[in-house]
Design a protein around this ligand. Structure first.
Ligand code: B12
Length: 213
């Protein structure tokens, strides 16, 4: 359907307003929101992911696409819930204590949402206890920790230790990300995985879910 292809291209180009208008038009025309999500928004974001991976698209453009996707997704979200769309899994994500950087975390969240996962975002500067109580409340399958400072990356370990201390460690897989962290660091602090960007984060989370299902 031409309009769905148009929508995916508007997402790719980061044209929020036009994408929003077209999404609303498609909803009004009676097209199932799941089709609009899959063949419009996710299709567009998949191209963005591919281009980002190949170095054909850079951060400012990626953020624009992410913004366009987020805006259109807001229209579809309540409809998807009504249609009983099954989420691929629940992911709780936050930036650890002392750290106010949230752009990367937000991008990871949007990409995961775009791939069909339900996101519980507890924001930035989230202390270990906040993670623990949010895990107890929302029962996610996966927890994502973000840190951008060499000082705050140490709080990832404190957070994992607190999750373990609360007896919740075996209930979740933990994935970490952020500029100063690495696979080696993830291994050292007892995380289950690491991903260097939002595209690879989606791949990693899908692998986790395949293993747990
Ligand atoms: C924007 C920015 C800020 C903004 C943040 C705004 C916001 N709302 O996020 C502001 C101005 C607030 C800020 C403040 C500070 N900043 Co600052 N900031 C940056 C900057 C320029 C860009 C970060 C960014 O958004 N990148 C874009 C995103 C998309 O990339 P990303 O965050 O890396 O995320 C990707 C991956 O890391 C990964 N990822 C991220 N999180 C997660 C989570 C999971 C689960 C997974 C799987 C993957 C994943 O996927 C993301 C998408 O692909 C960086 C420099 C840089 N180039 O990184 C410095 C930088 C991170 N900041 C730095 C510093 C020092 C500070 C301050 C201490 C400055 C000061 N003296 O006040 C304060 C600290 C405030 C605090 N307590 O947090 C240093 C850190 C140095 C260090 N090694 O510790 C950097 C590296 C700049 C530098 N070269 O000195 N900063």
């Amino acid at each position: 359907m031409k309009e769905l292809l148009d929508l995916s291209q508007l997402i790719e180009q980061g044209q929020s307003q036009k994408a929003l208008t077209l999404t609303q038009q498609l909803v009004n025309s009676g097209l199932p929101s799941q089709t609009i999500l899959n063949d419009g928004l996710i299709a567009g974001m998949a191209v963005v992911g591919e281009k980002m991976r190949n170095g054909d698209m850079y951060l400012p453009e990626v953020l624009q696409s992410a913004g366009a996707m987020k805006a259109s997704l807001a229209i579809l979200k309540p409809l998807l819930a009504l249609e009983g769309t099954k989420s691929r899994g629940k992911i709780l994500i936050g930036t650890v204590k002392g750290d106010m950087h949230d752009i990367g975390k937000n991008l990871v969240s949007i990409m995961l949402q775009g791939a069909g996962f339900e996101i519980v975002d507890i924001g930035c500067n989230a202390d270990p206890q906040r993670f623990v109580s949010a895990i107890a409340e929302h029962a996610p399958e996966i927890v994502g920790l973000s840190a951008m400072l060499t000082t705050t990356m140490l709080n990832m370990k404190t957070t994992i230790d607190a999750i373990a201390g609360a007896g919740l460690r075996s209930k979740v897989k933990i994935i970490i990300g952020g500029a100063p962290v690495s696979q080696k660091f993830a291994d050292e602090i007892g995380a289950d995985g690491y991903s260097r960007d939002a595209v690879l984060a989606v791949d990693k989370v899908k692998q986790f879910m395949d293993r747990t299902s």
